[in-house]
Every structure is written in structure tokens, then in C-alpha cells.
Design a protein around this ligand. Structure first.
Ligand SMILES: [Zn+2]
Length: 180
């Protein structure tokens, strides 16, 4: 995985670029949580599941099916009363994509096993053909040399593109408001 924080930062920045409506704080908290949630599967190690099993790391919680279930659950239940300025379908789509951003970033890392994107229907593990992000070993110490290397790689390949997108969207909105 990229480190858990980078997943949250990526989703929040890209979410910020895509979202025009004024949304409650809950929306951003859930964005960060959904982006990190798939790595809850490391708890599987404590229950004796091996890395490569369905309930192991990068298994079922990193699948499209899981992202869809999370997206539907949040889209339907988390914004009852206040729709955050967005329709249920938009919320479901958004939170599914946020959760899915996690395995997609994992698929761009240079280590570990691939991601079981099509679990539970297939246990095949996938990577993208392009894998520039240095993998963050589980339980890495961030203040070690290796930790800094991982952080640097994540800043370049995860934080920076997301930040550029966020700034571009902000400038575009400012520009179009100014032209009006
Ligand atoms: Zn992961």
C-alpha cells in the first residue's frame, strides 16, 4: 500500500476537485475514512489469514464489490435528512469511487501481492502495468531511511498529481466565476 495517510490525502484532494456543492464536514471525514478502510484487512493477520487468502491483505476489501457495498451503504444511510447537496446516486457513485481509489493506488505500488479486484468472483491478484509508487511495508517506521524514501515517492506520485488537480479545479472555478 501507499501509506494509509496518502490514500486519505489523495481521495480528499481529488474529491475537492470534483465537488462543487457545499458539503458538510461529515462528507470529508467519510471521504478520508473510505479511502483508508480497505487496509482494515491487516487485522486479518491477527486472525491467522495469510496475505494471499480472500480475507488476507489486498483481498476482498480491495475489490470492486466491496467498494460498491461501502458506496451504497454511505450513499443511502450516511446523509439521511441532509443530502449534502447531492443526490443518492451521486453519493453512491462518489463513495464507491473513493473506496476504489485505494486498490487502484495499491495496484501502482512496486511490491507486495497484487489486488484481488474481482473478489469474491476471482481470487486473481492484479497490478497495473505502471507501478511507480514505492510500496510501504506493513507497520513501517516512518522516521527511518526507508520510511522517508516511501514518503518521498508518495509525495511525487500520489500527493502532487492530486494537489495539481485540486488547484486546477479551483483556478477553473475562480476563472469561470470571474468571466461571468
Ligand atoms: Zn491497501
Amino acid at each position: 500500500m501507499p501509506s494509509i495517510f496518502s490514500h486519505a490525502i489523495f481521495a480528499t484532494f481529488v474529491g475537492g476537485a470534483l465537488t462543487r456543492a457545499k458539503v458538510p464536514v461529515r462528507f470529508w471525514v467519510l471521504t478520508a475514512c473510505c479511502a483508508m478502510l480497505p487496509d482494515a484487512d491487516v487485522a486479518g493477520f491477527a486472525f491467522g489469514f495469510s496475505y494471499g487468502s480472500l480475507f488476507g491483505h489486498r483481498g476482498i476489501t480491495h475489490s470492486i464489490a466491496f467498494a460498491l457495498i461501502v458506496g451504497v451503504a454511505i450513499g443511502v444511510f450516511a446523509f439521511r435528512g441532509s443530502r449534502a447537496g447531492l443526490g443518492t446516486t451521486a453519493l453512491i457513485t462518489y463513495f464507491t469511487l473513493v473506496t476504489l481509489s485505494h486498490p487502484l493506488l495499491d495496484m501502482m505500488t512496486d511490491g507486495g501481492l497484487g489486488v484481488a479486484l474481482f473478489a469474491p468472483f476471482s481470487d486473481r491478484r492484479y497490478f497495473l502495468p505502471w507501478r511507480p509508487i514505492e510500496v510501504s511495508p506493513i507497520g513501517i517506521r516512518f522516521f527511518s531511511q526507508r520510511g522517508l524514501e516511501v514518503l518521498e515517492s508518495e509525495m511525487i506520485w500520489v500527493w502532487l498529481p492530486a494537489l495539481v488537480l485540486l488547484l486546477a479545479a479551483w483556478l477553473y472555478r475562480k476563472g469561470s466565476a470571474w468571466l461571468r
